[in-house]
Write a protein that binds this ligand. Structure first.
Ligand code: CFM
Length: 539
């Protein structure tokens, strides 16, 4: 079935009023990869339009839920009405494993100041102060983080002043985040705010030295469904010391100690590239993009790490680990690929997975025909080469850009510019770069930013993909149309999907979903319109 993507694009937006149609048109690209790797421009990281059902979340979700939340011994207090906390309470499947039963772990707690009307009218700082003291008395944490929700910003509570005061009084690290839900256009603003906070209040606070030879941090890995555990296992078997993860299965101390590493590995570029950049400027730690989603991608990433350290024993060990893992991957892959070859997928997740998971699908012969991010920026689509040309709009100006300079005592360039250039020339490895999603997608695939529910329905109707990947908000609406929906945020109840073992889990889960007979028994609500879809297909 050959479907003209131009016709589909028109179909998706024709129902909208003129102005909205124009805006959405710029947020939907028909992919064309040039000889030089160039791709069409796409509009991204702009406000969703009122009336549209978007998949997006808020700035507070990106700060509290995504970046800081997974760390287990920072006590998080949400300053705001209780509803905001409900949705931050263990809904993200970020796992953690304290070393001993006595180690602090606050992940299963949900602390809120439970603001009432009275606090909105007369101010909530007093209540926040009391909450911090009460939490300290109960838990004795090393650090307390305060997260502001929308009303806090609207009434002007100074959470930073309260944090400073409590820090002095209690003698522990207390810091606040102005991550009100409305602060940016999506979660993405919250990532940036969280990165700034990590940098200002945590990274560099713990000087414990390590004499390991190969020291890295893994940035942008949140241990959803145990992904981080799989990667910890692989790296340690290779003999690579992981100082800290940001922030899956992490602790305050590991993050505070992360500036002692010699290389930063960036998994999720969107949520954590700011910290990587700032750590390079202040401490001299280079960063490289890695991808541990997909067996092939995992092997490639491990080899790049070994290249960076220029150590033959490490290179040999990495090859051994890859060889140990690949046998089982290939065995499952062969069976599943035979059953899935030629099927199609659509991927709509926040900022990284809609790109990373295409690799896993490709490994079992499933083609991604449409994909997009909820809140990725143009660099996540087109690659970081577009960064110098990005315009700063009113919404992004809202978020502080820290002025970072080399630390007078602790800056140590891990590699000279010459060494970096040599490494880049010798291998495929590039530092400080992310090529983005579109250069790796086929021509004539569709790329849709901030997909709406209306567009979801039309896409499903027109293409009838074999699987749709999104989140809980979309899952059951999609499945009622007779198409299986894999939650790529939470992995449903599955995972881990990272690394080699993870790939095997993913192959099996997808095989089960796309080859299940039940989908053919569901009558889609739009069934009468079927002929219309056939017409589009024939065009
Ligand atoms: Fe990064 Fe993530 Fe993602 Fe993300 Fe998220 Fe997530 Fe995601 Mo849900 S940090 S951008 S804000 S890879 S919670 S673990 S799955 S939207 S694609």
């Amino acid at each position: 079935m050959s479907i003209d993507p131009r016709v589909v694009k028109e179909e998706l937006i024709q129902i909208y009023p003129k102005k909205l149609r124009q805006k959405r048109s710029e947020q939907i690209a028909i992919n064309q990869v040039g000889e030089d790797g160039s791709v069409p421009e796409i509009k991204a990281n702009v406000r969703s339009s009122p009336g549209i059902i978007t998949q997006r979340g808020c700035t507070y979700a990106g700060c509290k839920g995504v970046v800081i939340g997974p760390s287990r011994d920072i006590l998080s207090i949400v300053h705001g009405p209780i509803g905001c906390s409900f949705y931050a309470w263990l809904t993200r499947r970020n796992q953690t494993r304290p070393a001993t039963l006595d180690d602090q772990n606050f992940i299963n707690y949900c602390l809120s100041t439970d603001m009432q009307e009275e606090n909105i009218v007369f101010g909530g700082e007093k209540k926040l102060r009391e909450a911090v003291k009460e939490a300290f008395a109960l838990f004795h944490p090393k650090a307390i983080a305060i997260f502001s929700t929308c009303p806090v910003g609207l009434i002007g509570d100074d959470v930073h002043a309260v944090a400073r005061e409590m820090k002095a009084e209690l003698g522990i690290n207390v810091f606040g985040f102005s991550c009100e839900g409305y602060r940016g256009v999506s979660q993405s603003a919250g990532h940036h705010i969280a990165n700034n906070g990590l940098f200002k209040h945590i990274i560099g606070n713990n000087e414990t030295p390590h004499d390991d030879k190969f020291k890295v941090n893994l940035l942008g890995e949140y241990n959803i469904g145990g992904d981080g555990f799989v990667l910890e296992d692989i790296l340690s078997r290779c003999g690579i010391k992981q100082i800290s993860t940001f922030s899956g299965n992490s602790t305050y101390d590991t993050m505070a100690n992360s500036h002692t590493a010699d290389l930063n590995l960036v998994m999720c570029h969107r949520s954590i590239n700011y910290a990587a950049e700032m750590m390079e400027k202040r401490f001299g730690i280079p960063w490289m993009k890695v991808n541990f989603i997909g067996a092939g991608a995992s092997a490639k990433s491990l080899r790049r790490i070994a290249e960076y350290f220029e150590d033959d024993a490490l290179k040999a060990r990495v090859e051994e680990v890859i060889a140990e893992e690949m046998g089982a991957v290939e065995a499952t892959r062969a069976i599943v690929k035979a059953r899935c070859q030629g099927k199609t997928a659509m991927l709509f997740v926040g900022g990284s997975r809609a790109h990373h998971y295409q690799q896993l699908f490709t490994e079992i012969g499933i083609k991604t025909i449409v994909a997009g991010y909820e809140f990725g920026h143009r660099d996540d689509y087109e690659g970081r080469k577009v960064l110098p040309g990005l315009k700063v709009d009113a919404d992004s100006k809202n978020i502080e850009e820290l002025d970072v300079v080399p630390d007078p005592e602790r800056y140590r360039a891990r590699r000279t510019p010459e060494q970096m250039a040599k490494l880049e020339a010798m291998t495929e490895m590039e530092f400080k770069d992310y090529i983005g999603m579109m250069p790796e997608m086929d021509n004539d695939t569709l790329v849709v930013d901030d997909l709406s529910h209306h567009e979801t329905e039309r896409l499903l109707e027109i293409y009838r993909p074999d699987i749709f990947c999104a989140g809980i908000k979309e899952k059951f609406a999609v499945q009622k149309m007779g198409i299986p929906c894999k939650q790529l945020h939470s992995y449903d109840y599955g995972g881990p999907y990272a690394g080699f073992r993870g790939a095997i889990n993913f192959f099996k889960d997808i095989d089960r979903m796309v080859n299940m007979k039940i989908w053919s028994f569901v009558t889609p609500p739009w069934q009468p319109k079927k002929e219309q879809a056939a017409e589009v297909a024939a065009d």
